[in-house]
Design a binder for this molecule. Structure first.
Ligand code: HEC
Length: 104
């Protein structure tokens, strides 16, 4: 998955760890969703609601591409948004997206 545009801060993957697959990838994404503080603004199953939109059905609502753009460059979609752009390795971004895709 290649992401382009805006003031994005996605970093290259550290080489030492191979990408996880399936359930393991989704579990990692769910953990990263907390680690990257997405939960401070977004409600998903088991997390408390706050200022951002509820993401419990985001996997049904958004395409993978649109979801990724929201995360790496939210201002490209909504210039006045308070959502910060994701800053971290590409791999973590992919795990988070895999997790969000399961929210249906
Ligand atoms: C400071 C609060 C905040 C944080 C932190 C945050 N977001 Fe958001 N996010 C928002 C807001 C607010 C919107 C809606 C756009 C708007 O109205 O500004 C949004 C929109 C989204 C959308 C689009 C939702 C839809 O229904 O179209 C996705 C997907 C998303 N965020 C994922 C994430 C992920 C993943 C993270 C963590 C890497 C994250 N957000 C961190 C506030 C936040």
């Amino acid at each position: 998955m290649k992401v382009t545009g805006g003031d994005q801060k996605v970093l290259p993957n550290p080489p030492e760890e191979p990408m996880l697959e399936g359930k393991e990838a989704i579990a990692r994404g769910s953990k990263l969703f907390r680690d990257y503080k997405c939960v401070t603004c977004h409600k998903t199953k088991g997390f408390v609601p706050s200022s951002g939109p509820v993401l419990t059905k985001v996997g049904r609502k958004l395409t993978t591409e649109k979801m990724t753009t929201w995360i790496v460059n939210p201002k490209a979609i909504k210039p006045k948004t308070t959502m910060p752009a994701f800053a971290g390795p590409q791999r973590d971004l992919q795990y988070i997206v895999k997790y969000l895709e399961t929210l249906r």
